[in-house]
Design a protein around this ligand. Structure first.
Ligand code: O2Y
Ligand code: MN
Length: 595
């Protein structure tokens, strides 16, 4: 196949990789619907995919049982020095890692086709967008990238002869000997998997896994780990945040970006149906926000992705009706149950299932004692199919952000909502965001799992430097900086009952934030931040007693103080790189708690 580009660097790179990986064929993806259909037909014919008769143009895939999620232990930030990667990332010297991986890549595409996928993160031509090119030997990756990014010839046109792109090399790491029969999900054993980032040259090398974030390299690898490094250098932000637009009954629009650790309901919040009359919500993105300061001095955000790669189990018409409608057609499902009727099913989908074939390919009926879908089963669906996709979700200029939200999963201690006293305090709140490890480990000595700005697995450099970047962005934004809040949807009463109903009721929390942003309500200052004053928070129609509300919002200073040792240990790991402004925040936090 002749290359449909004259971009010199791209041609040279594809040549180099072809020589190293020795595929049988090279194919340049054009991103067309015909190409997508052809790939799906081929994968159905080879037994890799199942066409779902109940959902138009939708397919199911089963991964290898060992290749079901991101592999953080095998994810590396190969910056020049270990200190630049920081204490929270795995580091190997770039040349050492390259040597190891070159050994693995040598001949790794034998018997396979090398696909070249030119893709854009963000609408082509947006001042915030970036172009990547992924080389892969996985047709499953090709069809997923069709949905998750903007793929094809238009990207090559935008690239021209000399345009820059981020090279993303991927192989499933399973060469085929002549005559050898392929398997449904080729991949390499765990000790040969590497998800490698070379931030100094904006380069991604991934080997051995065909799953999700390990293989769809535009997502976590490019849009977060590599982009966070570029963003720091260029003065913008690449964050693990959903973006939504909330509109008040008066028609005023608020744009909110929110960071929560993985599997904390980000997709659900991004597609919120507020229960409070007159308020509406539209989704701009469910996972990643790229934000630049616009000509008006405000922070403008785009969703660099074009699709959703959502967790399937737990998604239902109760938890997320908009996601359920999004995945009615043109979707890919991975590691779900395929029912006898030719549909997909997963645990807590809210519909009965008579049985079918489970994610491992075994016959399955409910009550078998094993889960039918893998807990990290996924749907891949085009964002444009979301019934509440924001009409401006592809505005190249992005949407202006009014509010940042951080959060974690805490059954105790953290109230439903509190507001930062100022930008630096907000950075502290994001930096110290934490979840409880597991319900079983819930005792006073159990360590909290800190996940700074929900970026722990995704920050491509030293987290202490990342915090400094946040402080610097606050200085640049000045009075136009978004207000910062912290939420906890997951608090329980002493007798173990959820205190907050969540789902559509979360709109009430967002409403209070908007009213704070407008100065319509004043809140009250507490040692941990500003909280709703009596009567400010709209509880109309909610069956919640005053005692339950008080418990939900209770600030037990003793419990906060008990976590200070953990906080000190956490901050200490960053040594002298910890920004002075973060030290100052820790000191004033302790002072406010009366320590
Ligand atoms: O397991 C994977 O590879 C998927 S991880 C993922 C996918 C979509 C959105 N967020 C995440 C995450 O881990 O934060
Ligand atoms: Mn995520």
């Amino acid at each position: 196949m002749t290359a449909p580009t004259q971009n010199r660097k791209l041609l040279a790179w594809v040549d180099d990789v072809t020589r190293l990986c020795t595929p049988d064929h090279v194919y340049w993806c054009d991103g067309s619907t015909a190409e997508y259909a052809r790939f799906m037909d081929q994968m159905v014919a080879s037994g890799m995919a199942t066409k779902l008769s109940k959902r138009p143009n939708s397919y199911h895939f089963r991964s290898h049982a060992s290749d079901v999620a991101r592999v953080e232990d095998r994810t590396y930030i190969a910056s020049r020095t270990k200190d630049e990667a920081g204490p929270t990332n795995n580091w190997v010297a770039p040349e050492d890692l390259k040597q190891t991986m070159r050994g693995l890549y040598a001949g790794c595409m034998q018997g396979r086709t090398l696909y070249v996928i030119p893709f854009s993160m963000g609408v082509i031509g947006s001042p915030i967008a970036k172009i990547g090119v992924q080389i892969t030997d996985s047709p499953y990756v090709v069809v997923n990238q069709h949905i998750m990014t903007r793929v094809g010839t238009r990207v090559l046109q935008a690239l021209g002869q000399d345009g820059a792109f981020i090279p993303c090399l991927h192989s499933v790491g399973a060469p085929l000997k002549p005559g050898e029969q392929d398997v449904a999900w080729p991949c390499a054993p765990i000790e040969k998997k590497y998800i490698a980032h070379f931030p100094d040259e904006s380069l991604i090398w991934s080997y051995g896994s065909g799953y999700g974030g390990n293989a769809l390299l535009g997502k976590k690898c490019l849009a977060l780990r590599i982009a966070s490094v570029i963003a720091r250098r260029e003065g913008w932000m690449a964050e693990h945040m959903l973006i939504l637009r909330l509109t008040s009954p008066a028609g005023k629009r608020y744009h909110i970006a929110a960071a929560f650790p993985s599997a904390c309901g980000k997709t659900n919040l991004a597609m919120l149906r507020p229960t409070i009359p007159g308020w509406t919500c539209e989704c701009v993105g469910d996972d990643i926000a790229w934000m630049k300061i616009g000509p008006d001095g405000r922070l403008r955000a785009i969703n660099p992705e074009a699709g959703f790669f959502g967790v399937a189990p737990g998604t239902s018409y109760k938890s997320n009706p908009m996601a359920m409608d999004t995945i009615r057609e043109n979707s890919i499902f991975t590691n779900c149950v395929v029912t006898g009727q030719g549909d997909i099913w997963w645990e807590d989908m809210g519909v009965p299932c008579e049985g079918g074939t489970d994610w491992k390919g075994n016959p399955w009926t409910p009550g078998k004692g094993e889960k039918g879908a893998h807990p990290n089963a996924r749907f891949t669906a085009p964002a444009r199919q979301c019934p509440v996709i924001c009409p401006d979700w592809e505005d190249p200029a992005g949407v202006p952000i009014d509010i940042f939200i951080f959060g974690g999963r805490r059954t105790q201690v953290m109230p439903l909502v509190h507001e930062a006293l100022d930008w630096d305090h907000g950075v502290f709140m994001g930096a110290t965001a934490a979840s409880e490890p597991t319900a079983a480990a819930l005792d006073v000595k159990a360590k909290l799992r800190r996940d700074p700005m929900a970026m722990l697995p995704f920050c491509g450099y030293n987290v202490a430097d990342y915090w400094q970047h946040w402080f610097d962005m606050g200085d640049k934004l000045g009075a136009k900086a978004p207000k910062i809040f912290y939420v906890n949807w997951f608090r329980k009463s002493p007798d173990g009952k959820w205190l907050w109903p969540g789902f559509g009721e979360n709109g009430r929390v967002l409403k209070w934030m908007c009213e704070r942003t407008d100065g319509k309500v004043q809140g009250q200052t507490t040692p941990i931040g500003r909280m709703p004053a009596d009567g400010e928070f709209d509880l109309t129609g909610l069956p919640m007693s005053k005692a339950e509300w008080d418990e939900l919002m209770r600030v037990d200073l003793g419990a906060f103080k008990a976590e200070l040792t953990d906080l000190d240990d956490y901050m200490a790991q960053f040594g002298s790189r910890l920004p002075a402004r973060m030290r100052a925040q820790v000191a004033s936090y302790k002072q406010r708690l009366g320590d």
